[in-house]
Design a protein around this ligand. Structure first.
Ligand SMILES: [Zn+2]
Length: 446
């Protein structure tokens, strides 16, 4: 009797990876794996020797010198500010905003400005391994349509200010715009919407209460700059008699839907409050250092079980949207500021840039780790380079040695958006030309 031929399963793509960091267990490293992707989803993963011959695939990627891991989640930024990269540096936060950034935005802001800046940001983020980004900027609907067309995943934190801006006349209008945007993107596979009250010093109590109520009704996030520097905290105390986090507690904003961006100068009882309410912290170390804003007590937050994600902030205050650089800085800064070299170990820094970001954005059921059933938001990093050899522990190599330029492949929802370091859906030359044109105009008009 002849043996029946084995029936091959279909997969859209197979990734043959030298190493895999699945990230659902911090520090776990798997070797010689195959990941099978179908309809944008991870459908299978296992040792190469076991899975070889089980699948017939449309595409196969042989990543013999690569680590495959979940894509980075840049949990805080202002994408269109790429057009002001290097426009004003070496200034503290408030004069930097009030004398340089806000006047330039008043002069130049338009839908085409936002579209050009977002395209530049998305190109930079994809090429450096970011598969999801949060954006808080005017014309969120333009940022959303650029993200949609480029295939990246995004959370649009639609901004709310008390005072008139180039986009809204009042806080109520900002809230209404956020809700319309939420309706527009409801059911979208890659784009979500959150309320983006700008900061405690730009949004008063009544709209914050309204946001707290509506975010609960709609079950969407609240994304807010909070405790960015000592001035914000002391002014908050003068105006409201409370430090900003306590004020937000009184206004019912603290819950697992709240994404607190920055959180420098924290007191012990505030760390406990974050833990008790399940609010998330989004740490932006480069921006905090560059604007001399203060230091986020990441090691203490993590010791208390608070979820800490990572963001680059806008590229006017960083000045790069490079999550690998950001996670390295987060690891180094935590050690230096706590006098303890064992805090934020390499694998933990990688978790902050992936699964913790997914948790903060409420999308950890979809992305942030490599598990069958999750969406295939993945990156491959080529370690065949002098700065990343030899490899004892890929977590250490990635956190302390690797550069963004070693990221060779990026998939979002299983779509290959970067292959062999090249963008597949975006015309990079055109994106750069457009950015140069805006830069020349801003420089001439400054
Ligand atoms: Zn920011």
């Amino acid at each position: 009797m002849t043996e029946l031929p084995k029936l091959l399963l279909h997969a859209d793509a197979l990734l043959h990876a030298r190493w895999v960091l699945p990230m659902h267990e911090v520090g776990k490293v798997l070797e010689h794996q195959i990941i099978a992707i179908t309809n944008g989803c991870i459908v299978d993963m296992g040792p190469r020797v076991e899975l070889l011959g089980r699948y017939m695939a449309g595409y196969e990627y042989f990543l013999d010198h690569h680590v495959v891991m979940p894509g980075f989640i840049n949990a805080h930024g202002h994408s269109p500010m790429t057009l002001l990269r290097g426009y004003a540096d070496d200034m503290p936060l408030r004069p930097w905003l009030e004398q340089k950034i806000w006047p330039a935005e008043t002069r130049w802001l338009s839908e085409s400005y936002v579209a050009a800046g977002t395209r530049l940001a998305v190109a930079e983020m994809l090429l450096s391994g970011t598969t999801t980004f949060t954006d808080m900027y005017f014309h969120s609907e333009v940022v959303g349509s650029v993200a949609d067309e480029c295939g990246i995943r995004a959370q649009l934190a639609s901004p709310v200010f008390d005072f008139p801006t180039a986009w809204t006349g009042s806080a109520d209008e900002g809230i209404a715009k956020a809700e319309r945007l939420h309706d527009q993107y409801s059911g979208h596979p890659r784009i979500g919407v959150a309320f983006g009250p700008h900061a405690p010093y730009t949004v008063s109590d009544a709209p914050l209460r309204k946001i707290a109520m509506h975010s609960e009704e709609l079950d969407i996030g609240i994304h807010m700059h909070l405790h960015e520097n000592a001035q914000e905290i002391s002014e908050g105390k003068q105006l409201y008699g409370l430090r900003p986090l306590r004020r937000l507690k009184q206004l019912d904003l603290l819950s697992p839907r709240l994404q607190c961006v920055h959180m420098t100068h924290l007191l012990d009882d505030e760390i406990q409050l974050l833990k008790d309410t399940g609010a998330h912290v989004i740490h932006c170390p480069a921006s905090n250092l560059k604007l001399a804003s203060g230091i986020c007590r990441v090691a203490d937050l993590q010791a208390h079980g608070v979820n800490v994600a990572l963001g680059t902030n806008g590229s006017a205050s960083n000045n790069a949207l490079d999550m690998l650089a950001e996670l390295r800085l987060a690891a180094l800064l935590a050690k230096g500021s706590s006098n303890d070299a064992s805090v934020v170990p390499a694998a933990q820094a990688l978790a902050m840039a992936t699964l913790n970001g997914a948790r903060a954005l409420g999308i950890d059921n979809k992305v942030g780790s490599i598990e069958p059933g999750k969406q295939a938001d993945l990156i491959a990093i080529d370690l065949e380079h002098p700065r990343t050899q030899p490899v004892y522990d890929p977590c250490s190599t990635l956190t302390y040695s690797a550069a963004a330029s070693q990221i060779s492949h990026v998939w979002v929802d299983g779509q290959a958006l970067v292959v062999n370091h090249q963008l597949t859906r975006m015309d990079l030359a055109q994106v750069l030309e457009e950015a140069r044109r805006w830069g020349a105009g801003i420089a001439a008009g400054a």
